[in-house]
Structure formats: C-alpha cells, structure tokens
Ligand binder design. Structure first.
Ligand code: BG6
Length: 487
C-alpha cells in the first residue's frame, strides 16, 4: 500500500548508516511500489557534493548493500531519480536557504527529517530547522540511537529536540523494534491463547535473551570505545526485547498504549548496585582468536593498541522484573562482539514437570522451552518431550515443534529500517521509543555503570570466537541453569 507523498530529508547523507541501511531500505520500498512517484529523498551533509555525485555514491552503496537478486536496473535508475542533495552546515548558516527553497516547492508533503548524524548535532539541527521555518504540521524528526550516553546527556538531547518538535512528531529509532520477528512477539503473545495463559512465574522458570555478533568494532572504534556493550546494545535493543517479552497486554496497538506497558517493565527492573554487581553481572573484552575459522585480532589491537581501554565488548546480566507476574523469574541476558556466530534469540524456559511417572532410564525430564529465533533463520520452536519410536520401551527425548518463517511465508524478509522509515511517513509511532522510556532505561543503565566504575578490575578477556568469559557461564550455572545449548 503506497504511503503519502513525502520529502525525506536525511542529515548525515554521506555517512555509513545512510549508505548501508537507509538508502537500501528506501530502494526496497520503492521497488515494491510503496513510494509515490512524486516523493523525494533529499540528502544533506557538510560535504560539498552535487546531486549527480550523490546519486553515483548512492548507486555504489545500493550495489554493495542490496542483495544482488533484488537489484533491478530499471527500478534502480527510477529510484536514483528521486534522490537530491544539498550541502548543509549543521552548525552554521550554509545551505539552509537552499534546503528551504527546495522544501517550499512542495509545502503539503509529509516531511520527515532523519538525523543520521552524531547525537551532538541533534539539538543544533533542530534549532536551525526551526529558525529557517522548516517545521510545520507535516514534519517529523527521526532520531537514531544513541540518544546520549547517560541520563543527563539523553535529557539534554530530548530537551533540545522537544523545544522545537512536540513529542508526537519525534520518532526515536530502535531498529530492533522493526525486525519482523520482534514484531512477531506481539503476535505470539497477544494473538494466541495458549501462551499468554502460561506467561508468568507459576509456569515459567526463567527467560534468556542472547544477541550474539561475530563482528568486532569495525571502523567504529572511536564511538564504541566511549560506549561499550551496555550502552550500545543493552540500554536499548536488549531492554526493548525484554519489555516486549515481559509487558502486560496493552489495551490496543496504538503507540501510547504499547509504550505505557513497556515503560512499566522498565520501571520494574531492579537496579543493579555495587552490592550485587559481582553476582549478577559479567563484563568481557575480546582478545585475539578466530571467528568462523578466520584469525582475528583482539579489541585493544583493533583500537590501535590501546592496552588501557576498559570498555566492555561483552555483557552478561541476571535481571529481575519486580512485578507479580515475574517475581522470582530471572531474565538472563548476554550480548557481545566477536562471538562464534551472529545469532539472536529469546528462550522462555518453562518449569520442569513436578513429578515423573517415567523410570529414570527414560532419560529424564527436560523442561519445555519456547525458542524465538530473531535472526538469522527467523522462526520459533517449542521443545517438547516425546517418546522415542520403537519397541524399546518408554524412552523419552526432546523434539521440536518448529516453524521456520522462511518456509512458512516464502517471501523476502524486509529489513527493519524498511518498516520503520515508512511508519514515520504514516505517523505511526508504535515501534518507536518515547522520551520517558529512553530516560528510564538510561537511569537503570547509569546505576550499573556507576557500580562498575567503582570496581577496580577491568573486563575479563575472552578469546574471539568463544561465547564470552567463562564467568558468564558461571553466572547462570550458579543457579542450576544453563545457557540454551543449541547455540
Ligand atoms: C547497533 C549497534 O545498534 O546494532 C551495533 O550500534 C550493532 O554495534 C548493531 O552491531 C546490531 O544490529 P543487527 O541488526 O545487525 O543485529
């Protein structure tokens, strides 16, 4: 279904995010016929470029980052015709007049401003948009993460943007919310009767969330070393996954109903203070090793030999959601760079059956597990105990009720940005974060960062290509549980 005509203005147009994610996502939407012909995508950044140069760069980016099978030369050319470029100095006056002239040509358009720049510039860009009269009823602003690096800086950004845009026009992206399988969590929980009845501490033993990556810091060492895994992945993506898993049913799918429920989960998260930091948290930093058979260097070398960096590239945490529904159910989460494979999943492990009628040689009582595979190989499976076929007696083993989304739907899985970029045009903020969510998540993260800062020991080294420091295994095994083994 086509969206309304728009002028999408992308600040940071020559940057990595625009080239890798935003342009490919917009191309895919164009290829699917969702973008009306008269729409424009206007790149803006400080670099002096003409529209033709920008189109040539965009073409290279699309050829690199769109799967070859999705490149259709006629569509590609058609898409490039929608691209324009204006050199704009975010901190000065240059270029704003030209941008205004272009936008004034079509004042009735939906006009999203996507800020794919450093967050330090968000306030300045918003003030300039206001000063140049570019904000109206049809405008929206999209903020990429990170929104700050702690509560104080997040508030400063939110204040600066909020001084110019009302909250209803601010779209804070967490691209995990645009992933198909993450949205599927809502369908799983609230469009089926079987799970929701069991979704509580009476039946669930614990929940695990793993987001594993094989990449290291790549070209982002400057940013990453001031961030670390807690700020980069946990404060946003992992807490959002936890919210969707743990929240109560919203009264509808409208943006505020969903966000109100997520906010309650964030508020119920037990802060991790200095007293329990050693028992419920593990920080790691990758050392040299091998990923997928390829030798790779350690984090300190990736930074350009920086032996004193204490930034964590891996985190494992045991979290508590202090509500009636979840009292006593731990949420174990872990994420890291340079792990053995790119693999993200949520595992809901049910309590073991209370008593076994089967003889012990039947191979025990594996608990049921619901495994939600977020990426890759998106799908879901429920591990159930079954009888081994054959006359050999009542021997039990776990087997899977397994849904592979690729097989079930036989269609391309859109990238998260495709959905989110179009939701901005539609004005649907359900999959975006509200100011209070971001700030409560930062308040929680700040407490943990402060507790870590008080400790003398650096993050524990782990070999690239392993599942993090052994202490992460101990974190869960101390409780008589194990990380989901299929990983
Ligand atoms: C980003 C982080 O938000 O998410 C990156 O800044 C991380 O460090 C990326 O690599 C992971 O996203 P995805 O979609 O590849 O799982």
């Amino acid at each position: 279904i086509p969206v309304s005509s728009f002028d999408y203005v992308v600040f940071g147009a020559t940057g990595d995010l625009t080239q890798r994610k935003l342009l490919p996502a917009l191309y895919q939407r164009f290829r699917d016929g969702q973008i009306p012909e008269s729409s424009r995508i206007i790149g803006a950044s400080r670099t002096e470029l003409g529209t033709e140069d920008f189109r040539a760069r965009a073409r290279d980016a699309l050829l690199s980052f769109v799967p070859a099978g999705d490149i259709d030369e006629a569509k590609l050319r058609g898409f490039l015709d929608h691209l324009f470029y204006v050199a704009v100095d975010a901190l000065g006056e240059d270029g704003w007049g030209e941008l205004k002239r272009m936008l004034d040509e079509r004042p009735d358009r939906i006009r999203p401003f996507y800020l794919a720049t450093s967050p330090d510039l968000y306030g300045a860009i918003c003030r300039s948009l206001d000063r140049h009269g570019l904000i109206g009823e049809n405008t929206r602003v999209v903020l990429e993460k990170p929104i700050g690096k702690d509560l104080k800086s997040a508030r400063a950004i939110n204040d600066a943007v909020g001084a110019v845009f009302p909250e209803s026009q601010i779209f804070r992206i967490d691209h995990y919310l645009g992933k198909e399988t993450v949205q599927n969590l809502l369908a799983l929980r609230f469009a089926n009767t079987i799970f929701e009845r069991l979704w509580n501490a009476d039946v669930i033993d614990h929940v695990q969330i793993t987001v594993g990556e094989t990449v290291g810091v790549e070209g982002r060492a400057g940013y990453y070393d001031t961030s670390g895994a807690l700020r980069d992945m946990v404060q946003n993506h992992i807490l959002q996954l936890l919210c969707l898993t743990a929240m109560e049913s919203p009264i509808s799918l409208d943006a505020d109903s969903v966000r109100d429920e997520k906010l309650k989960v964030l508020r119920a998260l037990k802060p991790i203070t200095a007293a329990d930091v050693q028992t419920v948290t593990v920080r790691g930093q990758y050392a040299a090793g091998a990923v997928g058979g390829q030798p790779v260097t350690g984090y300190q070398t990736d930074l350009g030999d920086h032996p004193s960096s204490r930034t964590e590239t891996f985190v494992a945490l045991k979290l508590e959601v202090r509500t009636w529904r979840w009292a006593g159910v731990p949420f174990y989460v872990r994420t890291g760079k340079r792990l053995p494979k790119k693999h993200s999943e949520i595992v809901v492990q049910f309590r073991a059956s209370p008593f076994s009628i089967f003889p012990s040689e039947s191979f025990g009582r594996e608990p049921n597990r619901l495994v939600i595979r977020l990426q890759p190989e998106e799908g879901m499976k429920l591990e159930v105990m079954t009888k081994d076929p054959g006359p050999g007696g009542m021997r039990l083993r776990p087997t899977n009720l397994d849904i592979s989304f690729e097989e079930a739907f036989k269609q391309r899985y859109p990238d998260a940005y495709e959905r989110l970029l179009m939701d901005v045009v539609r004005g649907n903020a359900t999959l975006f974060m509200r100011r209070d969510e971001v700030e409560v998540a930062w308040a929680w993260a700040d407490t943990l960062l402060k507790a870590w800062a008080e400790r003398p020991e650096p993050p524990r080294p782990y070999a690239a290509g392993s599942w993090g420091p052994t202490a992460a295994i101990a974190l869960i095994e101390r409780d008589g549980r194990t990380w989901h083994e299929e990983l």
